[in-house]
Design a protein around this ligand. Sequence first.
Ligand code: FAD
Length: 435
Amino acid sequence: MVPTKLRVAVIGAGAAGLCAARHILASSETFAPPVVFESSDRLGGTWIYTEEKEDATGRIIHSSMYRDLRTNLPKESMAFPDFPFDPSLPSFLHHSDVLAYLDSYAEQSGVCDHIRFQWQVEEVRPIQRDSGSLDAWEITATVQHPESTQQVTEHFDAIMVCTGHYTVPFIPPIPGLDTFQGRLLHSHSYRYPEPFANQSVVLVGAGPSGVDLALQLSNVAAQVVLSHKRQHVCGLPKDVIQVPPLLKVEQKTVVFTDGSKMPADVLILCTGYKYSFPFLDLAQLGLQETDYGVGPLYQHLLPPQHPSLFLIGLCQQICPFPHFYCQVLFALAVLSGRCALPSVTDMEAEVQRQLGLHLKNGGLARYFLKMREQQWSYMEDLAHLAGFPPVPPTVQQIYEDTHASRLCNVSTYRSRNYRLLGPSAWELVQDGVRI
Ligand code: FAD
């Protein structure tokens, strides 16, 4: 009897979903062509820039991209290990170059034919099979036709959830926020600096968005204040005032934890995003919401009780595309039987062990998925377990160089240009010449 090929559903056609689809297609001896569900009408997810932030019904439009964004990682660390960016581009790219890259990644992998645009997944349910077999899955999706919508249900052997986590704004519980009489927004809704000309703007949070917005707004706003808990952000223009975290809001005045106060026309919350899986019944999967998002997930990736569902790309402070690549190849090795998983009990115990270690090393529970320097051994472990070549050392070397140079100066680090000389060698260049 010819064994039937596994049918995998991929939810989302952003970078992670495209990567999943590409490698499923490339493993056609084991897998049927993927079915990629994409709720929007275009591939690219985060990298699709639109001026609108909500659609006509008030529903948040997916992307948090802003007009003038340039990448905070150089293309040499950012690329999928099996698909380099155009070598003629500078290292730090405008967002439109990344979207073009994803377009050609999808095109050249043959993935486009397998994406169902305007199919929004509403529900994913496990179907128990005989003991010893992995669960099957039932997906219900709403299909948008020009004049109507329709609900469709289909069955799959495995699911890759690739829905991203930079869409649903996290609004911290700041006392008095609802009394604010100026303009209040989240960085998700920021598009360009012009509407803030001559305004007094307070930015809350000094993550990548907070710092970027401070740089952009300092050119047009009357005053830019960056309120944050980091030590000091080096390299911001002198007219950006750095102050301690926000304590409370009193109508038009913002008060900081050191007791200082300031009037503000605009308050922009650069306070990050929430994980959201409205189509999953977490309890049914043996999962729950945790301080850090959702768990327990073995290898930050799969629910031990249902190891044919994979949540790709939940970790933060990573090189996203290489990270997705490793997670996808690991997931496919598990599904094809090339990589055996420990027992459910052992996987759950392993997650607890790792969380315990993180806490013992002084980490806060809510930062369990923030990987930074741990991302390298994590990707190496996945490669080792699943038997694929690890990502080239230059990914780490150039990432670390960028990280150090961003710490020194957030205004200038994007002027660096790297040139790859091999899997573990690179140099800095200017106008094509080594410096
Ligand atoms: P997304 O790109 O969010 O894609 C998810 C897709 O799933 C979307 O297309 C969405 O429509 C679809 N979807 C969601 N729900 C459903 C559903 N129920 N049914 C069907 N489809 C659904 N990374 C870098 O490497 N370098 C950078 O410089 C960088 N800068 C960034 C700047 C900003 C402002 C932001 C927000 C992120 C940045 N990132 C950067 C991180 C970036 O998000 C990742 O690189 C990556 O693009 C995320 O891909 P993803 O596929 O996980 O998610």
